[in-house]
Write a protein of this length. Structure first.
Length: 100
């Protein structure tokens, strides 16, 4: 993961240096931003400090989380539980959902 994070950090730096935006694709978030966010957020569920605070990716993740539609989604989505043992989701009604 560290090498992949370094690659993402370099790509974000290049994207935000060559464009006038804060995202991988420029001024606004693109599919790439949501895809990268998804993977990094899931990695943080397993290892909360996997993205070093000194990385620009941390600020970018906060920016992504502040987008109104993303903020609403994060507040309403089911909670991922049982990572590594019995993975599943707990919905807002408290029901455990799994693929068994």
């Amino acid at each position: 993961l560290p090498q992949h994070l370094a690659n993402l950090e370099a790509q974000l730096a290049a994207a935000t240096t060559t464009t006038e935006g804060s995202f991988f694709g420029g001024a606004g978030p693109s599919h790439a931003d949501f895809n990268v966010y998804h993977h990094l957020a899931n990695a943080r569920l397993v290892e909360p400090q996997c993205v070093p605070d000194s990385y620009k990716l941390c600020g970018w993740m906060e920016l992504m989380e502040s987008l109104p539609s993303m903020k609403q989604y994060l507040e309403e989505r089911p909670q991922l539980v049982g990572i590594g043992t019995d993975p599943g989701l707990v919905d807002k009604a408290g029901r455990f959902l799994c693929q068994r």
